[in-house]
Design a protein around this ligand. Structure first.
Ligand SMILES: C[S@@+](CC[C@H](N)C(=O)[O-])C[C@H]1O[C@@H](n2cnc3c(N)ncnc32)[C@H](O)[C@@H]1O
Length: 229
C-alpha cells in the first residue's frame, strides 16, 4: 500500500466533512470541466482517496462501474455502507500506489483533495499509467492557493506551501490545468463554522470567523489537473 497521508478533517469528523462536501461547488463547475475532457457515461470509473465515498453514487448515475479506493479502514467501511445495494459500485481498502486491480481497468480516474498533492505522488502516477486504459483520462482536483478568499486563508494557515512548486511538478508530468472558480456555500452559519473548524487550526479558524462575521460561504479557486492516456 502507498504511504497513507493523514487527513485530519475527514478522519476526525466524517460527519462534518459530509456537510462540507454538500457545500462544495453546488453549481457543478468541476463536473462540467471534467465532462468537457471526457464524459464518463458508460465508463469504468475509479475514485482514488474516496473517503466516505461521497462521490461514488454521483459517478454511478452515468458510469458502467465505479470503484472507490480508500486506505483508511474506518472511511473505507463508511464508503462501503454508502454504496451497499448499488451493484455497479465497490470499495477497495487500498492506496493510490497499489490500487490492486488489473492493468487497464478504468476509463476515468478521479482524485479530489486526496494523495495527489504534487511532489511525492509519483508512485500513484505510475499506478494511473497502469490502470487507466488508452483513451482514458485522469483528473486531480486540488486547491489553487494563489487565488480566491479560500486560497488566501489556505496560504496564511500554511505559509510553507509553495503553489508554484506544485504547478511546476504537474507541468513536468505533462498534465494540463483548468483554473476553476467554485463556491463553498453552506445552509447555515453553524455549518460554515463547523466546516471552517475542521479545515483550519483553532487560531486560524477563529481569525477567519472574526473576519467574516456574517458569511455562510466564500469563493474558492481550485485547479483541475488532468491528462489523457
Ligand atoms: C480530504 S479527504 C478527501 C476525500 C474524498 N476525495 C472527498 O472528496 O470526499 C483525503 C482522502 O485521501 C485518503 N488518502 C490518504 N492517503 C492516501 C493514499 N495513499 N492513497 C489514496 N488515498 C489516500 C485519506 O484517507 C482521505 O480519505
Amino acid at each position: 500500500m502507498s504511504e497513507v497521508i493523514p487527513s485530519p478533517n475527514i478522519w476526525g469528523s466524517p460527519d462534518v466533512y459530509e456537510v462540507e462536501n454538500r457545500g462544495v461547488d453546488r453549481d457543478h463547475v468541476i463536473e462540467s470541466a471534467m465532462r468537457s475532457v471526457l464524459d464518463w457515461a458508460g465508463a469504468d470509473v475509479v475514485d482514488i482517496g474516496c473517503g466516505t465515498g461521497y462521490h461514488l453514487p454521483y459517478f454511478a448515475r452515468d458510469a458502467r462501474s465505479v470503484v472507490g479506493v480508500e486506505p483508511h479502514p474506518p472511511l473505507a467501511e463508511l464508503a462501503r455502507q454508502r454504496v451497499a445495494g448499488m451493484p455497479s459500485c465497490s470499495v477497495r481498502e487500498e492506496g493510490a500506489a497499489a490500487v490492486g486491480v488489473g492493468d487497464g481497468s478504468f476509463d476515468v480516474a478521479h482524485a479530489r483533495w486526496a494523495y495527489f498533492f504534487g511532489p511525492g505522488c509519483e508512485p500513484g502516477l505510475a499506478e494511473l499509467d497502469r490502470v487507466v486504459r488508452p483513451g482514458g483520462a485522469a483528473f486531480v482536483i486540488d486547491n489553487d492557493a494563489t487565488r480566491s478568499t479560500f486560497g488566501q486563508w489556505f496560504r496564511r494557515a500554511l505559509p510553507s506551501y509553495d503553489p508554484r512548486a506544485v504547478e511546476r511538478f504537474w507541468e513536468r508530468q505533462g498534465w494540463r490545468r483548468e483554473r476553476l472558480d467554485i463556491r463553498w456555500d453552506f445552509d447555515s452559519r453553524a455549518d460554515f463554522e463547523a466546516v471552517v473548524g475542521i479545515e483550519f487550526a483553532p487560531e486560524h479558524a477563529d481569525l477567519i470567523l472574526a473576519e467574516h462575521p456574517d458569511a455562510t460561504g466564500v469563493d474558492y479557486a481550485v485547479n483541475l489537473w488532468w491528462r489523457r492516456y
